[in-house]
Design a binder for this molecule. Structure first.
Ligand code: ZN
Ligand code: ZN
Ligand code: FE
Length: 758
């Protein structure tokens, strides 16, 4: 008889709720091993005995054939004394108070479940909550760990005998699939009117589809919250939705029936197709092929945010006559997404005609993620469903909470080994969004059993996230906004040496109390030096100048022409508001000063005709980008001035030439492109100068303005041509959604340094 050996194996990573134990079971049986496998907070533990050949084969299979959703981060194997197990079993989950394992994000419906959903013979035919261990809700339904049915919102449904059999059979695809359900025992869906009064004796989904065809607006409860849904090809429905939601121009995302339909509307590369059909199913920004949908869906945009159905319920909203649905997250402006039934009626009854409810509770709301492919790589713009809370490896020494910034807020929490970036929270500018933010932080603290003793905030004293941070116990550290941006990109690219950080965004508080946003830093993970920036201009009217681009237009005009500005033959200068603002500028009223590139984009947009106020962040920049004519290669003049050890970009020559061209009725599409070319040119010029002076050849590009594809591509390619190494954002957003990662990293480094000095 062959000699028997024993191996004790601990596996860390995303290994719970992804079919890992049945996978272990099947392979143990296949390799003729005895022993057991069990889930613990810390991961999956395996104790096995068998011949050395069989054990080797088994371990090889563990490492190479893990289920699709599993991420094996670490596999520790120890030899132990043989105790002669006689069977192989799956043991009950054990609760222990140690470091937790990772939680899987919510996963889109898998192909096997989709087949069953559409198969008339299947007992789950058209059942809107079908799922298995390879798909379905996870993060949004988990109340605490370890991940088990009793710790999710599925606890109120008891399994019928058929479902129970699947749940208990290690060889079944639904073995320990916690949200497992069927029409007999699981959640149900129903339709109500706009006051939440249920329609009796109607087929909820059939009726909902009919209503969509009639141009009605329905609030649909999905995986992470409610969507407002209407037929995207129905101009009137889209217009009504815009009016009722008071959302005049911000583009709506659309869900399309399948990939072939998407290809009718948009160009789709191989990389883009992989992301669209993959198991995360983000909203992907694609280039429109033609304007087949009503203009109101995504006004002024060259791109369209598109996603495929990801919840089984979504598949059932389409039929032969419905190909494209508007799918926009349901909230009242400035507030977090609605995710509970009663709350939906309370807040949305004035916006929608019907509600499509279900009774699987959402414990944690999660928004749709948004991504874009540039330079053949996925770049996440909003990191939420399908992505969060996947961890980021960071080695540190403290338990840290980084509170993030104000807009597109995320927070980041971590300990010695690992950090978790929260899902997209949104703009922290209302009492409701602050409450949501605080609840999420509490949830993460409990879930991962983390009790932060170091809390990090943005330097801006008046942000809700800063105020929150200052109320926490422990050491409190402030980190400069643009430094955090640059370092978030360094974390993503694993860089630990000094770099040139080019950070272009809308608003960030500088360490001189001014508003920064067109910054060139020399920085490492601990400190930064501001070595260059855009010229300083006033923000007339303060915060108002952010929403009203014409104010920045006027400010730049005043900067470029001084008192002569009045002589310019520009119609806009005649308005009462302009005359007042100009006299305020002449009187040198103490307006805030800014070096923000976002505000420069606003000014340029205003000068070539962007009228009125912006209704979402970056709107004026989107206006410029979408009108730019890519055939134009010329640019405008500018100066690089050396001022007190800093390089300053003087944009006045550019502004003067733009005005000449506006006065001479040159095409806006040409001016818009020349403007982009100029920003590109001075950025590259600046990096060259800094690189020569400081001997640094690595550049990181960060900040929300780099979501502008023209600028991003041209700057990237220009810098590479100059022989510089350029690092960019991929999984961590370049906008303020990534700031918390940088904050956490910088605080870790600062504390390490402090401890070394003690
Ligand atoms: Zn499935
Ligand atoms: Zn059942
Ligand atoms: Fe920012």
């Amino acid at each position: 008889m062959q000699k028997i050996y024993r191996r004790y194996i601990i596996i860390n990573g995303i290994v719970q709720g992804v079919g890992f134990r049945p996978f272990v079971y099947r392979n143990a049986v296949r390799c003729n091993l005895k022993g057991w496998v069990k889930n613990c907070n810390r991961g999956v533990y395996i104790d096995v005995e068998g011949t050395i050949e069989n054990l080797t084969e088994f371990i090889y299979l563990l490492k190479t054939e893990a289920p699709p959703l599993a991420v094996v981060e670490q596999c520790t194997i120890t030899e132990k004394e043989v105790i002669n197990y006689t069977t192989f079993t799956i043991k009950e989950t054990e609760d222990e108070n140690s470091t937790v394992t990772w939680i899987s994000p919510d996963i889109a419906l898998c192909t096997e479940c989709e087949k069953e959903l559409q198969n008339k013979e299947n007992r789950r035919y058209h059942y809107p909550f079908i799922n298995c261990t390879h798909c379905g809700p996870r993060f949004s339904i988990i109340e605490k760990l370890p991940y088990d049915r009793s710790t999710t919102t599925m606890k109120s449904f008891s399994l019928c005998s058929d479902c129970k059999e699947e749940y208990e059979n290690p060889l079944n695809r639904r073995f320990h699939a916690q949200p497992n359900a069927c029409p007999v025992c699981g959640p149900t869906v129903w339709l109500t009117d706009q006051n939440g009064i249920k329609f009796e004796n109607v087929q909820a989904l059939d009726t909902a589809r009919e209503m969509l065809k009639q141009g009605k607006i329905i609030a649909v409860k999905g995986i992470g919250g409610f969507h407002l849904v209407c037929d995207a090809s129905n101009e009137e429905a889209v217009e009504t939705l815009r009016k009722r939601k008071r959302r005049p121009t911000k583009p709506f995302a659309v869900m399309m029936k399948n990939i072939d339909i998407i290809k009718q509307y948009c160009t789709v590369s191989d990389t883009e197709e992989k992301i669209l059909v993959g198991n995360k199913k983000p909203i992907l920004l694609l280039n429109k092929k033609q304007e087949k949908l009503p203009k109101d869906v995504a006004p002024l945009q060259k791109t369209l945010g598109v996603l495929l159905p990801y919840a089984p319920l979504h598949y059932l909203l389409f039929d032969e006559k419905i190909d494209v649905l508007v799918m926009t997250s349901a909230n009242i402006s400035g507030q977090p997404m609605v995710y509970q039934n009663e709350e939906a009626v309370e807040k949305l009854s004035g916006i929608v005609d019907y509600f499509l409810f279900h009774n699987r509770e959402i414990y944690i709301p999660v928004e749709d993620s948004v991504s874009k492919v540039v330079l053949e790589q996925e770049r996440v713009i909003r990191r939420a469903r399908g992505y969060a809370p996947s961890p980021i490896s960071l080695e540190g020494s403290h338990t840290i909470l980084a509170c993030g910034a104000q807009l597109k807020n995320t927070f980041c929490i971590g300990n010695a080994d690992v950090a978790y970036l929260s899902a997209f929270i949104g703009d922290l500018d209302s009492k409701e969004s602050l409450a949501h933010y605080e609840r999420m932080i509490e949830h993460f603290k409990k879930l991962y059993a983390l009790n932060p003793n170091l809390v990090v905030h943005d330097l801006h004293p008046n942000l809700l996230s800063t105020e929150f941070a200052k109320k926490q116990a422990g050491t409190i550290v402030g980190v400069q906004h643009h430094h955090a941006h640059a370092v978030s990109c360094m974390v993503e690219n694993n860089i630990h040496k000094p770099v040139i950080g080019v950070v272009f965004d809308g608003t960030g508080y500088g360490d001189d109390g001014k508003i920064w946003g067109g910054e060139f830093l020399i920085c490492d993970e601990k400190q930064f030096e501001r070595v260059g920036h855009l010229n300083e201009v006033s923000m007339p009217g303060g915060e108002k100048a952010i929403k009203e681009p014409w104010r920045m237009g006027l400010s730049y005009l005043y900067e470029a022409y001084g008192e002569q500005v009045k002589a310019l033959p520009l119609k806009s200068l005649g308005s009462k508001a302009s005359i007042q603002l100009l006299s305020a500028l002449q009187k040198k009223l103490p307006f805030p000063l800014t070096t923000s590139i976002g505000r420069l984009f606003d000014a340029a947009a205003a000068l070539i005709g962007f009228d009125g106020s912006t209704t979402y962040e970056g709107e004026a920049a989107v206006y410029l980008e979408s009108m730019a004519d890519s055939n134009i290669v010329e640019s405008y003049p500018y100066n690089l001035i050396e001022q007190q050890d800093q390089f300053v970009i003087d944009t006045c020559p550019m502004i003067r030439q733009i005005i000449d061209e506006v006065i001479n009725n040159q095409k806006s599409s040409m001016i818009a492109q020349k403007f982009h070319n100029t920003v590109t040119a001075f950025t590259i010029d600046m990096c060259k100068k800094i690189s020569q002076q400081y001997g640094i050849f690595d550049v990181v590009l960060s900040g929300g303005v780099f979501q502008n594809e023209i600028l991003f591509l041209n700057v990237y390619q220009g810098l590479v041509k100059e022989g510089l190494t350029v690092y960019t954002h991929k999984q961590i957003p370049c906008n303020d959604g990534g700031v918390s990662v940088g904050q956490l990293r910088i605080a870790q480094k600062i504390m390490k340094e402090r401890e070394r000095c003690v």
